[in-house]
Design a protein around this ligand. Structure first.
Ligand SMILES: [Zn+2]
Length: 111
C-alpha cells in the first residue's frame, strides 16, 4: 500500500530525472519515455509483490499457520509433530503457528 501511496512521488521524481536533468545536461539522445517505463515497471512489480504477499498471508490464515516452513505444504490432517510428507522437513505444530504468526505480523500489519 505504501508503494501505491507514493506513486505520485515516483512519477514526480521520474519527471525531474528524465525531463529536466537530461535537457539541462544537453543529453538530446536521452528518450524521456525510458524513465517513465522504468518507474511504471517498478510500480507494477511492487503491486504484484503486494498481491502475492496478500495471497500467501491469506493461505497462512486459512491453514491456521499449519504450513511446512520449507515447502509451504498444508499439514492439516497430519499429527501435531512429524515430518512433512512433501519435503521431509521435521515440524511441530505450535512452533509453526508461532513462526507463521510472526511472519504475518511482519508482512501484513501496519501497511
Ligand atoms: Zn515441506
Amino acid at each position: 500500500m505504501a508503494a501505491v501511496a507514493m506513486a505520485p512521488l515516483f512519477f514526480l521524481g521520474t519527471a525531474v530525472c528524465t525531463l529536466i536533468i537530461p535537457s539541462r545536461l544537453g543529453w538530446t539522445w536521452f528518450p524521456p519515455w525510458i524513465g517513465f517505463a522504468a518507474v511504471g515497471a517498478a510500480t507494477l512489480g511492487l503491486i504484484l509483490m503486494g498481491v502475492r504477499i496478500a495471497l500467501f498471508a491469506r493461505r497462512i490464515e486459512r491453514s491456521d499457520g499449519f504450513l511446512c516452513l520449507n515447502c509451504h505444504y498444508d499439514l492439516h490432517g497430519l499429527p501435531d509433530e512429524g515430518d512433512c510428507p512433501e519435503c521431509g522437513e521435521a515440524y511441530e505444530r505450535t512452533r509453526l503457528e508461532r513462526l507463521w504468526s510472526i511472519w504475518l505480523q511482519d508482512h501484513t500489519k501496519n501497511r
